[in-house]
Design a protein around this ligand. Structure first.
Ligand SMILES: Cc1cc2nc3c(=O)[nH]c(=O)nc-3n(C[C@H](O)[C@H](O)[C@H](O)COP(=O)(O)OP(=O)(O)OC[C@H]3O[C@@H](n4cnc5c(N)ncnc54)[C@H](O)[C@@H]3O)c2cc1C
Length: 450
């Protein structure tokens, strides 16, 4: 049977666009549905605007640090509206680039919400299209937890559009996005309180990294309230009132101009997709797929955040390219989830690849060897600040293989990206030792630790 498209993609975010373009390169006739702006979460309300705001937040520190190098004091204030406008202008520019990329690849964009009619048919607005193969790449959205007064809280999506700077903000959530926003807003001059359920931020990351970042955030003036058992939010004339009860029954109230949920959780965008008209199965909304991104319906695939595996842009892109190579390029391959590097754009920045110390000990037991170095980087000596960098390598003593590399400190993400290649290739500690360092850098510690 002849279909309108060889491949129809629902969702033009990181994963959807990457798959559509790669499939079109192989000669497939591809259509893509998007009801919002092109580029998805990463471009419009994730990685890109966030990183631009991270850059914006670093200037006040640089102004102060420059004085240690002989510069006269800098008097500068933030024009919040100007910054937000500049960030959104850049996002709009990228939307235009995505449109051009789709046009150049001859991928047809259908503006509208896609919904399954059956396994080969999708309604997009009032247009019905059929396709041989269909990809679900609809991403995720923030969940609103069951907290009294939660309707008064904004989400990370809203922060990028705030007309005015909140002078005082409470951030709910200890995940990487919550911590990043706490640091961004602190750097931009807000008074920040972060409310955290556990005793430490960043669950799932290496314990040393968690402790180092939490202490640095506190040193930078972010107030972190740990071990919270309940939260209630109320709107009052003074501002938004957040009452938190910690373990031990201590209760305290923080008044702020805004309360933000920063990825207290995200859930896949799979509710109103007509999945019931197909054999696609999901668990709590996350579409179940095999290693080839295949769902339970033979011609339907899913990837990215809507499958809730590792929710990162490069993962969605890699899954998409592997899928297009396999299905349309005759090059069968799967995405490898081992040693996926990731960064936390807090201040200080952190990045990591491979196993945490706890994971390594569980896997390799007593054979695990830890190499750790904590020092004040040269940059801060003249700046007169007691900022620390932490570098940690985890080695399987049986094979000498480096199974984890972690860093907290300036440019950690840029540095770990390079280290990740070595770890992915199976480099041993001896390989690290045989590598000549670049002096003077912080990164040279990775090859000089004993
Ligand atoms: C604040 C924040 C910061 C982040 N920072 C980073 C970071 O620094 N690094 C990193 O790697 N990752 C980061 N992420 C995660 C990253 O953005 C996601 O993992 C990535 O965007 C997932 O891509 P995707 O293609 O699966 O989904 P998305 O990019 O979300 O794209 C899905 C698209 O589908 C559309 N859609 C949904 N339903 C339909 C429908 N029925 N019909 C038509 N269109 C539909 C949506 O509008 C959206 O455009 C961040 C996320 C957030 C929220």
């Amino acid at each position: 049977m002849k279909h309108d498209f060889d491949l129809f993609v629902i969702g033009a975010g990181s994963g959807g666009i990457a798959t559509a373009r790669r499939a079109a390169e192989y000669g497939a006739k591809v259509g893509i549905a998007e009801f919002d702006k092109l580029g998805g979460t990463c471009v419009n309300r994730g990685c890109v605007p966030k990183k631009l705001m991270v850059y914006a937040s670093h200037f006040p520190d640089s102004f102060v640090e420059s004085q240690g190098y002989g510069w006269s004091p800098v008097e500068s204030t933030l024009d919040w509206e100007k910054m937000i406008t500049a960030v959104n202008n850049e996002v709009n520019r990228l939307n235009g680039i995505y449109q051009k990329m789709l046009d150049n690849s001859k991928v047809e964009l259908l503006q509208g919400y896609g919904k399954f009619v059956d396994a080969h048919t999708v309604m997009v607005g009032d247009r019905q299209v059929t396709a041989d193969k269909i990809l679900i790449a609809v991403g995720g959205k923030p969940v609103r937890p069951n907290i009294l007064g939660i309707e008064h809280a904004i989400t990370s999506d809203d922060i990028f559009h705030l007309k005015e700077q909140p002078k005082r903000i409470v951030i709910l959530g200890a995940g990487y996005i919550g911590c990043e926003f706490a640091c961004i807003l602190k750097g931009l001059g807000c008074e920040v309180t972060q409310v955290v359920r556990g005793d430490k931020i960043l669950r799932g990351f290496d314990e040393d990294i968690r402790a180092e970042i939490q202490q640095a955030m506190v040193n930078h003036g972010i107030r972190i309230i740990n071990n919270i058992e309940s939260i209630a939010i109320e709107k009052t004339d003074e501002g938004v009132k957040v009452t938190v009860k910690s373990s031990g029954d201590t209760e305290e109230t923080v008044v702020a101009d805004a309360v933000s949920l920063a990825a207290v959780g995200r859930k896949p965008n799979t509710q109103n997709l007509g999945l019931e008209n197909t054999k696609v199965q999901h668990q709590d909304g996350a579409i179940i797929v095999d290693e080839y991104s295949r769902t339970h319906e033979e011609n339907i695939y899913a990837l990215g955040d809507c499958t809730d595996k590792i929710n990162l842009t490069p993962v969605a892109i890699n899954e998409g390219r592997a899928l297009a190579d396999t299905v349309f390029g005759n090059k069968s391959r799967i995405m490898s989830y081992e040693n996926v590097p990731t960064a936390i754009f807090t201040t200080p920045e952190a990045a990591t690849v491979g196993l945490t110390e706890a994971e390594a000990r569980e896997k390799y037991g007593d054979a695990v060897k830890i190499y750790r170095s904590r020092f004040r980087p040269m940059y801060y000596t003249l700046a007169g600040k007691d900022e620390k960098t932490l570098i940690k390598l985890i080695v399987d003593g049986n094979t000498d293989k480096v199974v984890g590399a972690h860093m907290v400190g300036n440019s950690a993400a840029e540095i770990i990206q390079g280290v990740a290649i070595a770890v992915k290739m199976g480099a041993t500690k001896a390989d690290f030792d045989a590598t000549v360092g670049i002096h003077p850098t912080s990164a040279e510690e990775f090859v000089t630790m004993r």
